[in-house]
Design a protein around this ligand. Sequence first.
Ligand SMILES: Nc1ncnc2c1ncn2[C@@H]1O[C@H](COP(=O)(O)OP(=O)(O)OP(=O)(O)O)[C@@H](O)[C@H]1O
Ligand SMILES: [Mg+2]
Length: 327
Amino acid sequence: MKIAFVGKGGSGKTTLSSLFIRHLATTGAPVIAVDADINQHLGAALGLDEDEAAALPAMGARLPLIKEYLRGSNPRIASAETMIKTTPPGAGSRLLRIREDNPVYENCARELELDGGTVRLMVTGPFTESDLGVACYHSKVGAVELCLNHLVDARDEFLVVDMTAGSDSFASGMFTRFDMTFLIAEPTRKGISVYRQYKEYARDFDVALKVVGNKVQGQDDIDFLREEVGDDLLVTVGHSDWVRAMEKGRPPRFELLEAPNRAALETMHTVADASYERRDWERYMRQMVHFHRKNAASWGNAKAGADLADQIDPGFVLDERALLADA
Ligand SMILES: Nc1ncnc2c1ncn2[C@@H]1O[C@H](COP(=O)(O)OP(=O)(O)OP(=O)(O)O)[C@@H](O)[C@H]1O
Ligand SMILES: [Mg+2]
């Protein structure tokens, strides 16, 4: 299951995605955690110290390797250089699975021991000021999008992405790549405005979106969120002393997380799991092709000097039978 955490800067995306990842790990589910946010803090939230976090291999710097691997022997993709972030898989492409070992994970992922289980962590790499709004920034997030578009995942395994609600994910189609998107919102007008923008983009693409209220202090906060987002409000989380202790570098055992916050994570897990019923690989493929055509026409063709619509394999659909083939 592909799960995204989005929201305004500082709303608690990293905190809640890290708690969700820890929760999933305790259930024994295989988990890949991905930090695709402008502010790269997921590693730290999962317990790495500064040096360990800084030493994580950046996906953005390994894009040529990722492209070369995913391209496989797909005859429609002439070279890794002509692959853009929206290039869809086709016959001959290599697909990714959550549980396998492959060169992408070998080069871009680190295993982390959490209470109760091991997860793989991948990071886009830090964004610098000069990245914002230019190709480099897109290519970093693009590495994640390429992986999502080549991933075949089953119901009992998870890829969790900590990302921004920024315009980049709307232009490329990244925001349509998830079974469930949790939008973290503080009970403020700014928190809500990010929700409105997301909802607007999501409307035409069947994006499953739920709001998780964070830093909620009382009934008035809950009422505010309920009024503004209605039934999209899934659950709320209050101030957590556990989180505060972790921020001080002294994470208590995960089982000591406050009961209401544990219950919130359970609810999120249940909703994420139930979103499987809405999964539709044909729609997934169709949207992938839609955004590829759009990106090819607006900048990709000019960059590659070729018509990148030719990369689309009309007969190809990702689906979970690829998992059976390996079993
Ligand atoms: N429920 C909570 N209880 C206590 N502290 C919290 C809670 N949620 C978030 N925080 C704190 O608020 C700050 C911002 O949270 P976090 O870094 O998770 O937000 P973010 O949305 O990932 O921000 P950014 O946009 O900078 O990546 C952190 O210091 C975090 O520890
Ligand atoms: Mg963050």
